[in-house]
Design a protein around this ligand. Sequence first.
Ligand SMILES: Cc1cc2nc3c(=O)[nH]c(=O)nc-3n(C[C@H](O)[C@H](O)[C@H](O)COP(=O)(O)OP(=O)(O)OC[C@H]3O[C@@H](n4cnc5c(N)ncnc54)[C@H](O)[C@@H]3O)c2cc1C
Length: 464
Amino acid sequence: MLRLLLKRSSRSYFSSSCLQTHICSWVKGSNSSKPTHLSYDYAYIQLVGQNFGSQVASGRVYYSSGCVNLKKIGFARPHAQTQAQTMRSFCSEPDRESIQYDVVIVGAGPAGLSAAIRLKQLCRENDTDLSVCVVEKGAEVGAHIISGNVFEPRALDELLPQWKEEESPVTVPVSSDKFWFLTKDHAFSLPCPFNNRGNYVISLSQLVRWMGVKAEELGVEIYPGFAASEILYDSNDIVVGIGTNDMGISKGGSKKENFQRGIELKGRVTLLAEGCRGSLSEKIMDKYNLREKGHAQHQTYALGIKEVWEIDEGKHKPGAVLHTLGWPLDQKTYGGSFLYHMTDRQISIGFVVALNYQNPFLNPYEEFQKFKHHPAIKPLLDGGTVLQYGARTLNEGGFQSIPYPAFPGGAVIGCSAGFLNVPKIKGTHTAMKSGTIYQSLVEFKSFILFCVHYVYLCGNDYAC
Ligand SMILES: Cc1cc2nc3c(=O)[nH]c(=O)nc-3n(C[C@H](O)[C@H](O)[C@H](O)COP(=O)(O)OP(=O)(O)OC[C@H]3O[C@@H](n4cnc5c(N)ncnc54)[C@H](O)[C@@H]3O)c2cc1C
């Protein structure tokens, strides 16, 4: 399995030289005179300080006071143990490979990659190193990200300020912003409730791919093609990593000849960035009662269906943005459409239907088909070709549905936690932001303060 992982990894990290480097960094740390503190990666945990007394007692978690300073805190394990030793000893099943990292991130979306990039940047700033791995279930980074997006670049400005010079795929500024109310035969223009000035029309999967390259340049290991399918706990019920899915299982559930047991990716911190309604994230929220703890309402969801079309040159207006309400949905059904003009004659067209619709016979895909035949939309698509399509749920619960994001051993970030700004229908920059601000959270002692901090950092997104 490890060999397979290496083969699939674009950077064959576990070549002996890299492993050597890794071992050296452990050993370097273990030479320090006093037990060191794993404070940065437990930043989130500090938020809920006293709840983790048991971790301290078990000798696995250490607290530092105040802000993060990797250089100051050093980088070492409490026990002088090499990486290779750790790999073997932590393995909870004899036939299962286990790899130890400092931080394991599930999901190479905007949130997961932003967290990985920021961690590595902090390491550089503090002249130290943390091993960061990202596991992604898509065959490649971006494969499971649905393309087409109006992107607010604020979080990218902060994370990778040089993005304009470094050929990022963020190139098409919003050129017009329209909002229509549709009846069956007509389109009525309404004042636009969004402010997309300064935003860009992008392909999110391309942006994520670019971010993946940036992350790897900083030393993040990304393993596409592996789904995290289980959470690993230690004897104190603290999350210590994830297990990837077994491979070579027949439809009936029996092991095939090519069966391979999933591997354990252990992290001193595990960040769940699975996107909306992530399976592991939901389990963690239930297990640690994160909704109750954060006084959060239940989450609500919508289904978004998206298609990328190539249309005639004469009809293509790069940067044009259109949202519609009304037909074909009735007044009791919440939802609407979006249509964004990207580059290269491509448009992203889609339809979102909130999943609390009352009519049990309503089919969101059929509503989308009807929408494309509206007299104000059809002429644009005539003569065009569908290049890609997909569907994905999105969070509709908003700010009041964000659970307490930290759990023993890690945190839930991005749309896994529901950071999408519903009135703005934007979740990319908030996902990125939630992946990068958690190191600041160490300064806060309560979730309320975290919320205030979040709203402040996200530019009063929820006050828009
Ligand atoms: C139809 C639609 C339109 C949207 N339009 C916009 C828009 O115009 N502007 C905007 O800002 N936002 C928009 N959003 C929201 C935006 O896409 C999300 O807020 C953002 O992608 C969330 O980022 P994330 O990293 O949290 O999750 P995601 O982008 O969902 O990424 C999660 C990643 O984790 C991987 N993953 C999940 N589970 C596992 C697992 N168990 N193991 C391994 N990998 C896993 C997935 O394959 C995926 O690559 C839209 C969303 C939809 C559905």
